[in-house]
Design a protein around this ligand. Structure first.
Ligand code: ZN
Length: 275
């Protein structure tokens, strides 16, 4: 599943290809793709509109389309591809195809079909439940450390689970949660209520360092993730614990362990990470 650094790079790729362009025609090839509005209505609203900007909130990709906002979530396998004058049926698993006035054809390709589109009026982003509840992005310079501390310190859930909760901090998924906790020397099972402000500040600082580095390297290519066609991220070389179970720790002489916390594979070093 793409995480914040991957989504950030998807946004960059979309901007490079179609910012300022007009949608002149579009096809919805999988009607369940659109969650909150009728398919025909969707097509009518977006056709002949300009893409004024594309940005990210948490793992949502938001297209500013004049009067409206198209909100895309990639979920497990969603990808955006762009071709000059591409054919409609270029990709077998396209769920939507857009034709732009700059000669670009845009494809939302989704083999597992979990990806979603919502269309809302410009000022109605909060109507999308997932966005209304989102915490501040982990690498946002305006993140309020005290606010995050209050949220973390009132739960008895393990910190690994808390970091994946997008209402506490947005944009941290499984790979980066493991890497952030390793860099912070914190055991993934340590309970939220045992955290001090200092520890929370350490987590936030390391989240920024790791996510910004991952963004600059195009994200981590794990399983099938690609930023755009044939263009994979190469942050994976910097992973210290994620999917390195039974391998030696990069810091001490310990061995990386794998346990399951709230259903998610969790990788850590018992000697470096403390309760
Ligand atoms: Zn270690």
């Amino acid at each position: 599943m793409p995480e914040l650094p991957e989504v950030e790079n998807v946004v960059k790729s979309i901007l490079k290809n179609i910012k300022g362009s007009k949608i002149i025609k579009m096809y919805i090839l999988w009607s369940k793709l659109i969650r909150n509005i009728d398919k025909e209505e969707f097509i009518k609203i977006v056709t002949n509109k300009n893409i004024n900007n594309v940005w990210r909130k948490g793992k949502y990709i938001i297209f500013d389309i004049e009067t409206h906002r198209l909100v895309c979530h990639l979920r497990m396998e969603g990808k955006w591809f762009f071709l000059k004058n591409g054919k409609i049926d270029e990709y077998k698993h396209s769920t939507a195809v857009f034709i732009f006035d700059n000669g670009c054809t845009g494809y939302f390709v989704d083999t597992r079909k979990f990806g979603t589109f919502d269309l809302v009026k410009k000022d109605d982003l909060k109507l999308i439940a997932g966005i209304a509840k989102l915490g501040t992005d982990a690498n946002d310079i305006n993140i309020n450390e005290k606010e995050v501390f209050v949220k973390i310190s009132k739960t008895s859930r393990p910190i690994k689970t808390v970091l994946l909760d997008q209402t506490v901090i947005a944009g941290i998924g499984n790979i980066y949660a493991d890497e952030i906790l390793f860099k912070s020397n914190i055991h993934p099972l340590k309970k939220g209520k045992s955290f001090s402000q200092e520890l929370v500040t350490r987590i936030i600082k390391n989240s920024k360092v790791i996510l910004d580095l991952a963004i600059s390297y195009g994200g981590s290519t794990v399983k099938t993730f690609e930023i755009s066609h044939g263009n994979s991220g190469n942050f994976a070389q910097f992973l210290n614990v994620y999917q390195r179970q039974n391998k030696p720790c990069t810091v001490c002489e310990g061995v990386i362990k794998r346990i399951v916390i709230s259903g998610r594979g969790t990788h850590f070093c018992e000697s470096c990470q403390h309760y």
